[in-house]
Design a protein around this ligand. Structure first.
Ligand SMILES: [Zn+2]
Length: 116
């Protein structure tokens, strides 16, 4: 729910009053966000904002971890912070913790073509 309002707030700020059609997001796998559930809350929170009726496109960013000890890198299937090669627990998250709005598609301002 909190993530949903964070998305709507960010999109609303960037839209600067224009109606939002599509919000494209990158979300790291380690966030364990369920896209369907985020879309569900997004729809609810977006009501009566410029995001009302907008589509949420979610790109899941694969997780990549690196062991600080043996320097090997791997893609975990679930958040595990222990090196599968040497069992060291000092690992660096290279990617997979993203949670950001990548781009917005907004309604273009209608040019005023009416004769004076
Ligand atoms: Zn290691």
């Amino acid at each position: 729910m909190a993530l949903g309002s964070a998305v709507v707030n960010t999109a609303t700020k960037h839209a600067a009053g224009r109606q939002v059609k599509v919000v494209t997001m990158s979300i790291g796998k380690l966030r364990q966000v369920v896209p369907d559930s985020l879309s569900f809350y997004f729809d609810i929170i977006a009501k009566d904002t410029v995001c009302d009726g907008a589509r949420l496109d979610i790109n899941i960013v694969p997780a990549l971890l690196r062991c600080d000890n043996c320097k090997k890198e791997w893609e975990p299937d679930f958040p595990t912070f222990r090196c599968p090669f040497c069992a060291d627990s000092k690992v660096t998250v290279l990617s997979g913790e993203e949670f950001m709005v990548e781009s917005l598609e907004v309604e273009e301002d209608e040019p005023c073509t009416a004769p004076q």
